[in-house]
Design a protein around this ligand. Structure first.
Ligand SMILES: Cc1cc2nc3c(=O)[nH]c(=O)nc-3n(C[C@H](O)[C@H](O)[C@H](O)COP(=O)(O)OP(=O)(O)OC[C@H]3O[C@@H](n4cnc5c(N)ncnc54)[C@H](O)[C@@H]3O)c2cc1C
Length: 405
């Protein structure tokens, strides 16, 4: 093994949400680290999402919550409609009074800009075009080997490399692999000025339309943009060729055909789309363990949550903060104890959320009109009964940087 750095040093594979947040929390804890990202910055930043109040509380600990709010759009409630636009029910999406922070929708690129600005302000660096392809570890430390032939050495390695994690495959070659959930996803960004029909309520909400032809979601995303997303049930995922060859105009035509009889402003959102994202939605069965010797998985690498849960980014943020606190409090020499405690404490929460994501995904399929009517009736009945309780266990979870763990 090449000479280890003098101080305890952590290698982070993946410069996505969990990797960047972990680097910032480790810096706050006074622990040295380096981040290695497979892509160049822009190549890895597409799409957008809603960061739930529990994730916003983590960003607030980094002093970034207000920047996120300024770059995005606060979503005060979830508003469920049927295909004709009739409101079926609504759920509060995190009141700042109750949960500390609001839920905020924004583009992934805007979130990365904010995290990276802070990374640079803290004197941290990301090494781009470093695709992890092998890991070697012994009593002295761990070596990460990258596809360009270069290597890095450290005391421990954190695999923050997302749902298709190379770290996971290298650690557990016989373990579960990500599975296609039966949902393909198209999403897009549309200028707000092109959808003047959007009401104030829609601009302040996450809007979920459950019609006969499946689910369509839309919201404001900050920067004078709206974003929309759609689940397409399918036996087969998009092929690589389909992902590469389908044009913006192809996506618009498919979406307009599918949602031709949905309420306004669905057609206007689709017609005026400027940027589109295509993705196969995958998740992964529970891993027997998240760590092996000097290597630990966090974020989607450990527990890919389907987008239907609306919690993947928040879970990645919670993971990053909690791990940094455990390493800080255990003392870096006791990383093995910190890894065990991390897995023990985080697993029940994230696995409950993975299950919730699957349950929500199942409600977004295409139904016969009579089935859709029953779904609508059930939603109208159940939302007032269970929605607030459901939001509480997700959003009330709070990590306190000042606490010892
Ligand atoms: C369509 C869609 C919509 C979503 N909507 C929401 C939402 O509304 N709310 C929400 O909370 N979550 C949402 N999610 C989930 C959320 O995006 C993920 O849970 C979150 O990004 C996980 O963060 P992460 O850091 O674990 O992984 P990622 O953000 O995926 O980051 C992993 C990083 O590792 C890099 N990498 C990969 N392989 C290697 C390698 N071999 N070597 C080095 N680097 C590597 C990748 O390029 C990437 O930058 C959505 C996901 C999708 C696909």
């Amino acid at each position: 093994m090449t000479q280890l750095p003098t101080n305890f040093h952590i290698l982070i594979a993946g410069g996505g949400i969990s990797g960047l947040a972990l680097a910032l929390f480790l810096k706050k804890a006074g622990i040295s680290c380096s981040v290695y990202e497979a892509y160049t910055y822009r190549a890895s930043a597409g799409g957008g999402f809603n960061i739930a109040p529990n994730g916003m509380n983590v960003l607030n600990t980094l002093g970034l919550a207000q920047k996120i709010i300024d770059a995005g759009a606060i979503a005060e409630e979830f508003c469920m409609r049927n295909g004709k636009g009739k409101v079926i029910g609504h759920i509060q999406n995190g009141s700042p009074e109750k949960y500390g922070q609001p839920g905020v929708s924004l583009s992934r690129a805007a979130l990365y800009d904010i995290l990276l600005e802070e990374i640079h302000a803290q004197g941290l660096k990301i090494q781009y075009e470093k695709r992890l392809c092998d890991i070697r570890q012994d009593e002295q430390g761990v070596t990460a080997v990258f596809a360009d032939g270069s290597q890095a050495v450290g005391d421990i390695l954190i695999g923050a490399d997302g749902v298709h994690s190379a770290t996971r495959q290298l650690l557990f070659p016989e373990g579960p692999t990500p599975a296609f959930t039966g949902m393909k996803n198209y999403g897009g960004f549309t200028p707000l000025s092109a959808v003047p029909q959007l009401t104030t309520r829609e601009i302040n909400s996450l809007n979920f339309t459950f019609g006969n032809n499946g689910f369509f979601g839309y919201c404001a995303a900050g920067n004078d943009m709206a974003m929309w997303w759609s689940n397409l049930p399918s036996d087969e995922p998009f092929t690589k060729a389909e992902l590469e060859s389908t044009t913006l105009e192809d996506v618009k035509a498919t979406m307009l055909e599918r949602y031709h009889d949905y309420h306004a402003p669905v057609a206007a959102l689709i017609t005026n789309t400027e940027k589109v994202l295509k993705v196969n939605v995958s998740d992964i069965a529970s891993l027997p363990t998240w760590h092996k010797d000097r290597v630990l998985l966090i974020g989607d690498a450990a527990h890919a949550v389907s987008p239907n849960a609306g919690q993947g980014a928040s879970m990645a943020l919670e993971d990053a903060m909690y791990l940094a606190m455990l390493l800080r409090d255990a003392g870096v020499g006791s990383y093995a104890a910190a890894f065990r405690k991390f897995e023990n404490d985080r697993k029940p929460r994230v696995e409950k959320i993975v299950a919730e994501g699957r349950r929500r995904g199942a409600t977004k399929t295409i139904l016969k009109p009579w089935q859709a009517k029953i779904r609508e009736w059930l939603m109208a009945l159940l939302i007032p009964l269970f929605a607030a309780k459901n939001a509480d266990w997700l959003y009330k979870y709070r990590l306190d940087w000042k606490m010892k763990y």
